[in-house]
Design a protein around this ligand. Structure first.
Ligand code: FAD
Ligand code: NAI
Length: 472
């Protein structure tokens, strides 16, 4: 029986990062992954492929709608959806191969198979293809075990997924042709991002959402701004609508929805994307054999300092534990968990985890929004700036958008920031760092920002917070 200091189950952002950090810290490490490629949901069917399609579709929409303004004429602009999907697959192949390289570089034993706990220190690995000639079960012995098996889409019983007409994000990343009418169930991150991809490529997109608005905990005014911009682009929202059922009728899908007044209507489309959240993937993991406990919400219960489960040598990270299901959150936890194992001072600051929606314009936020501050009785100042007042944004033809900074009224310490606008995903990093370092709005206002850059929008908002914005 092979023995390791650490066996990691799951090769996604939580698992592969934990494995690498542990190898760097001189542990002998095995990583068990059931997919043929590493990188988990994020690299295979999540973050990376969705961004590849978002980029391709943005190029297309720009060519169609914005090139003429720049004095560029392009005739016969056509979509080759199959080529777009092929390019996306190539990007995925490259990034997943990159993780393989890192496994080898760090001398991590990569085991391809399905892992399950058989005791608190033993893991059985079954080959994925049980019928293969050399298929053989093996048992690994581990001083410590990290469970990082990630998540899968939530399915609704009345919305049967067939992978062709009624699909999850896994399938919506590889549609063979542009649907005429895409009906999205759930106005969350997946619905908005993948809805944007197919809308840009020509689909009519209708989004059915149970709640009255977008982005649950984000700043409401900024969420409303994003919604207005999506609507101007042609996305149609059905808020406060409950999905009763979805059915395939011939080549079409019919989604029956009920509004807040109880009125029932039928939406007819050719593809239905069900994106109502994800749930931890714990099937067959053998948690009961090792006695690992779950939270009330069905995620693995851990101590959020050490990531230990109730079994002291078994740890859990990423989408299987509580908290936002985000790759960067998973990776932070992985590093902290392994460092704490060896007595170092790993730490994750959950109040500075940025949220990003990679639509156009992008939406990004960190810390608290106005509603949360009010709820907590914290007095705050608002600093605001506009993309249309920024020279670089004008040069880029990116006039839509705003940035809002919220800081403590007495101390001026930054408490939250929301950006709706181009490159918000990159701009939010400065504000996250500022919050991490306990900066004040004035610290940002008095930091030299290069000109002309979009980052000056951040400086403008910080100046505005102090009542002396130069460029507004
Ligand atoms: P996963 O990435 O899910 O990895 C878990 C791995 O464990 C999987 O590869 C699985 O095959 C393997 N596994 C499961 N059970 C076993 C077993 N018994 N034995 C062996 N292996 C097993 N997050 C962001 O931060 N930014 C984004 O832009 C973003 N975009 C997304 C877009 C989409 C369409 C989706 C679906 C998700 C997106 N996410 C994004 C979320 C992100 O992908 C997840 O938060 C992240 O992948 C979680 O990492 P993880 O390591 O916990 O789990
Ligand atoms: P989500 O939780 O973001 O959104 C799901 C939406 O569906 C919610 O608004 C919810 O109110 C709605 N909903 C739930 N049940 C419904 C019903 N029966 N009818 C109508 N609406 C219903 O989940 P989503 O979009 O599926 O994404 C899953 C996870 O993947 C998220 O936790 C997210 O963090 C992660 N992700 C992150 C991305 C990013 O960081 N850019 C991109 C894509 C996914």
């Amino acid at each position: 029986m092979k023995e390791f200091d650490l066996v990691v189950v799951g090769g996604g952002p939580a698992g592969y990062v934990a494995a690498i950090r542990a190898a760097q810290l001189k542990m002998s490490v095995a990583l068990v992954e059931k997919r043929a490629t590493l990188g988990g949901t994020c690299l295979n069917v999540g973050c990376i492929p969705s961004k590849a399609l978002l980029d391709s579709s943005e190029h297309y929409e720009n060519a169609l709608k914005n090139f003429a303004e720049h004095g560029i004429s392009a005739k016969d602009i056509k979509i080759d959806a199959a080529q777009m999907v092929k390019r996306k697959d190539k990007v995925v192949a490259e990034v997943t191969a990159g993780v393989d390289f890192l496994m080898k570089k760090n001398k991590i034993e990569r085991i391809w198979g399905i892992a399950s706990l058989i005791s608190t220190t033993e893991i059985e690995v079954v080959p994925v293809d049980n019928k293969a000639k050399d298929a053989q079960k093996q048992t690994l012995k581990a001083k410590r075990i990290i469970l990082a098996t990630g998540s899968i889409p939530v399915e609704l019983p009345t919305v049967p997924i067939d992978g062709k007409v009624i699909v999850t994000s896994d399938h919506a990343l590889s549609l063979a042709k542009v649907p005429e009418h895409l009906i999205v169930i759930g106005a969350g991150v997946i619905g908005l991002e993948l809805g944007s991809v197919w809308r840009r490529l020509g689909a009519k997109v209708s989004v059915v959402e149970f709640l009255p608005r977008l982005f649950g905990n984000a700043d409401r005014q900024m969420a409303n701004l994003a919604q207005r911009l999506y609507e101007q682009q042609g996305m149609q929202f059905f808020f406060e609508h409950k999905v009763e059922k979805a059915e395939v009728k011939g080549k079409k899908a019919v989604v029956t929805v009920k509004d807040a007044n109880g009125t029932v209507k039928a939406l007819e489309g050719d593809v239905v994307l069900c994106a109502v959240g994800r749930k931890p993937y714990l099937e067959g993991l053998g948690l009961e054999k090792a006695g690992v406990k779950l939270t009330e919400r069905g995620r693995i219960a851990v101590d959020f300092h050490s990531y230990k489960t109730n079994i002291p040598n078994i740890f859990a990270l990423g989408d299987v534990i509580e908290g936002p299901m985000l790759a960067h959150k998973a990776m932070e936890e992985a590093v902290a968990c392994v460092e704490i194992m060896v007595g170092q001072a790993g730490h994750v600051n959950y109040s500075t985890i940025p949220s990003i929606v990679y639509t156009h314009p992008e939406v990004a936020w960190v810390g608290m929004g106005e509603e949360e501050l009010k709820e907590k009785g914290i007095e705050y100042s608002v600093g605001r700036s506009f993309f249309k007042s920024n020279g670089r944004a004008k040069a880029m033809q990116e006039n839509d958008g705003q940035l809002k900074l919220l800081s403590d009224k007495k101390t001026d310490r930054l408490l939250g920031a929301t950006i709706v606008g181009a490159r918000a995903s990159e701009l939010i990093a400065e504000l996250t760092l500022a919050m991490e370092f306990g900066a004040s709005a004035e610290d940002i206002a008095r930091t030299c920002h290069a000109h002309p850059t979009l980052s000056e929008i951040i400086k403008d908002a910080a100046e505005n917070s102090g009542g002396w914005a130069i460029h507004q």
